[in-house]
Structure formats: C-alpha cells, structure tokens
Design a binder for this molecule. Sequence first.
Ligand code: GLV
Ligand code: MN
Ligand code: MN
Length: 397
Amino acid sequence: MQMAQIGPGVAGGNNRQTLTDADADGRALFREWCEAAGCTVGVDGIGTMFARREGTEPDAAPVYVGSHLDTQPTGGRFDGVLGVLGGLELVRTLNNAGIRTRRPVVVTNWTNEEGTRFAPAMLGSGVFIGEHELEWAYDRTDANGRRFGDELGRIGWKGEEEVGGRPIHAYFELHIEQGPVLEAEGTDVGVVTHGQGLWWLEVRLTGRDAHTGSTPMQMRRDASLGMARVIESAHRIAMDHQPEAVGAVGHADLHPNSRNVVAGRAVFTIDFRTPDLGKLTSMRERLEAEAREIASGLGLEIEIEPTGHYDPVTFDTGCVGAVREAARRLGYSHRDIVSGAGHDACWINRIAPTAMIFCPCKDGISHNEAEEIMPDWAAKGTNVLLHAVLETAGIAS
Ligand code: GLV
Ligand code: MN
Ligand code: MN
C-alpha cells in the first residue's frame, strides 16, 4: 500500500509508467527497503534492479525472484508489484527466522515490463537474455517522441552493470492471475505450467484529411473507416481460432482527431495471443492479408509493423514441480494453469529454469485500477514462493 502511494491513479490504482518520475520514486523506495533488509542492490544498463541477499556459498549461481514495479496508465496496485515485494518479504522472513541459504537469493525489478509507454513489453528482461540489443532498446520512443535511453538517464536509473552478465540458477515469479479462474474455484494457488505466445502489430493507415461536410462519400480516403474494418477483422480472426485464442485493439489514434475532418491517418495496435504456435502464426498472417485488402479497397496506404513477439512458453518441469510440491506441503489448494499475460519469466525461461506462481485476484480484473487481492491470497502465494526458493537455494546447515 505504501508503494501504491507513489504514482497514484485516478480511481484508486496506479499510474507508475516506466521511466517516469513516479517510476524513479518507486525504485528509490524499493532500494531503501532492500538495503534496510541487508541486501546489496545492483542496477544494470537498462535500469533493472537486483537486490542480493548473500548465501553461504557466494560463488554459487543465485536463485532469482521478482517481477516489475512499472504499471499500466490505469493499472492496479498488484500487477508486478506483488512479485517484487513478495521477494522482499521472503528476504525479510529469512532474516527474521535467522535462515541462511546456500545460494544467494536475488530480488529483481525488471525495467519496462508493461510496454505501454515504450513497446515492446518485457524490454529489460528481453535485453537481459539477448533477445534485443541494448542500443535498440535505448532507441525505442514513446508517443511524444522521447527516447527510452534518454528517459532512463533523465530519471537517474541507468546503471553501470552490463546487461545480462548474471548467472541464474533458477527464477521464480509470483504474480496475480489477472484472470477469474482461481477465485471462481476457490483455489489458493496457480501452478503456472505454460505461457501464451503473442504477436503485437502496429497498423498505420494513411488516407487524406478532408472536410466532412463537403467531400462526397465516394471521394473520401477515410482512415477511420479502414481502422474500424481492421478492428472487426482482428476480432473475427481471434473468434475463428477458438478455443484459447484472443485478439484486441487496445490503442488507437486518429489524426487530426477533429470532428469535422475525415481522418487522414489512423495508427492502432493489435494484440494476438494463444498458447498454440500454429494458431499464433495463422492469426498474424490472416490479419496482415485482410488488413491489406481492406486498405486497398478504401484507397488507403498501409504499413504493418511487428512491435512485440514471443512464442508460447513451457516452464521448467523441475521449478514447476518445486512450486507444486511447496503448495502441497503447505496444505494449500492448487491447480495447474496457463498464463494469459506476458511476464518477464517468459523470457528468463529461455536462459534458466523458471516457474511462476499465481494468486487469485478479485473477479479476475487486472490492467484496471479496480484490481484487488485479499491479504490471505497474497500470503499464501508468497509462502509458496518462499518454500520453492528455499528448496532450490538450499538451507545452510
Ligand atoms: C503485460 O502485462 C502483458 O501481458 O501485456
Ligand atoms: Mn505483470
Ligand atoms: Mn501488466
């Protein structure tokens, strides 16, 4: 709740978008808490923060936990934050109980998980695993043309450390489900076995600005009409790939966005997701073909730029087993579940054994300021995180 006071939203949630002043303040608070808990905090060249609690075998590869402190523009208080502060709670609990682990434990705050202000999502972890170049990340721009690298420097969180130079023994990410399944079933813990794959596309349609009153209908090149038809097509494509496929247009800009001008330009995003790689490819291909046909039928120019992608993810059997076993030992009800959202864990799984733990969230609502969880749900998820980490890091005798 203290973190949620930084970058408050307009309806009780948060607007702590990446590389804003609020992001900087949230980072500073997290660092203060970690240092007070005896951790040393490293920051890499993309701003990702690593709070390390030493193990009795300092040279052993650490067990990593964490998530992200950045939020959507109308985000909740728990998406990402639970996994970062759950990691800090784990450290404090080990301190209070006087437990030393053999391997060090590192709590991570990955930079720009959300991808709202700067696409793509999971940018810090994507550079960390070598999926993106650091310079390419620095060159991403926001809607106002500000560069990622400049903003990172401006808020004072461009660290010295090389990005990706850290060996990881295993990574565990605690997160809210962001869907309705666990709460509806009354299940305490989700054991995340897979993550959906994703394609993000940015579509840019160019027609001609024209007077809405005096331009005959058949002489218009109306980018807003093109956009409406492509949105309809994206929805239909996702419906035609059921079950387990989703598609949405979440961001749209019309230019000049004036009621008495036929829009000469439309820029909007498409987000397709499914756990099935074949469906993912097919949805993208069909959208591109249909959008080009729509544009040509309306006399519009079209550009389609892929702005984010990852294949469906299968998490590590050993780490997933450690989560399931921890839930069982603690006597919590649990079930296997697939993640609908993207997470830094999806990238880290490429380079180190990884698993995720879900806790329920109220009515499945997320990416919404109304996002809510119960303290008991958070406690159980965090307890599973603690026990899975203890088993993987080893307790020093
Ligand atoms: C990240 O929150 C995503 O799933 O888009
Ligand atoms: Mn998240
Ligand atoms: Mn999110």
